[in-house]
Design a protein around this ligand. Structure first.
Ligand code: FES
Ligand code: FES
Length: 159
């Protein structure tokens, strides 16, 4: 198949690349851009591990072709914060022990990041609802919901 040239923003940086039309966005991010924070679990839209933010909305990068991201603004977990400067949501995950193996965590973070931008004062039930498409086999979700609530509060009242 003939490669196509795409141009997009990834974590605020302009990227231009040649991609095969069948390459999905998750593989493009992980392989071509070496952004391996985006995890791939089920590869068919069920687990949520591959969630990134595309033009402000959470999207499953295993279900999207890289060519569909042409012209888009993509955010991955690498764009949230740094090891020495965690985002409020990442800090809350650490504080609330919201991860164990961490495989689901990038997808959880990106799903919640996009949701909390639009919903600054969610209820616990709303958080559980928005996380219903992100599977975690380790935590039982309690710490993740705690972290989301802490992050929402931190965003409303920055220290
Ligand atoms: Fe994309 Fe599971 S890897 S939803
Ligand atoms: Fe292991 Fe969620 S922390 S799957």
């Amino acid at each position: 198949m003939t490669a196509r040239t795409i141009t997009l923003q990834v974590n605020g940086r302009k990227v231009e690349a040649d991609v095969e039309p069948r390459t999905n966005l998750a593989d493009f991010l992980r392989t071509a851009l070496k952004l391996t924070g985006t995890h791939v679990g089920c590869e068919h839209g069920v687990c949520g591990a591959c969630t990134v933010i595309v033009d402000g909305h959470a999207a499953r990068s295993c279900l999207m072709l890289a060519v569909q991201a042409d012209g888009a603004e993509v955010e991955t977990v690498e764009g949230l914060g740094r090891v020495d400067a965690l985002s409020p949501l990442q800090q809350a995950f650490s504080d609330c022990h919201a991860l164990q193996c961490g495989f689901c965590t990038p997808g959880m973070l990106m799903t919640l990041e996009s949701y909390l931008r639009e919903h600054p004062a969610p209820s616990r039930d709303e958080i559980r609802d928005v996380l219903s498409g992100n599977i975690c086999r380790c935590t039982g979700y309690q710490g993740i919901v705690d972290a989301a609530m802490q992050a929402a509060a931190a965003r409303r009242e920055p220290r």
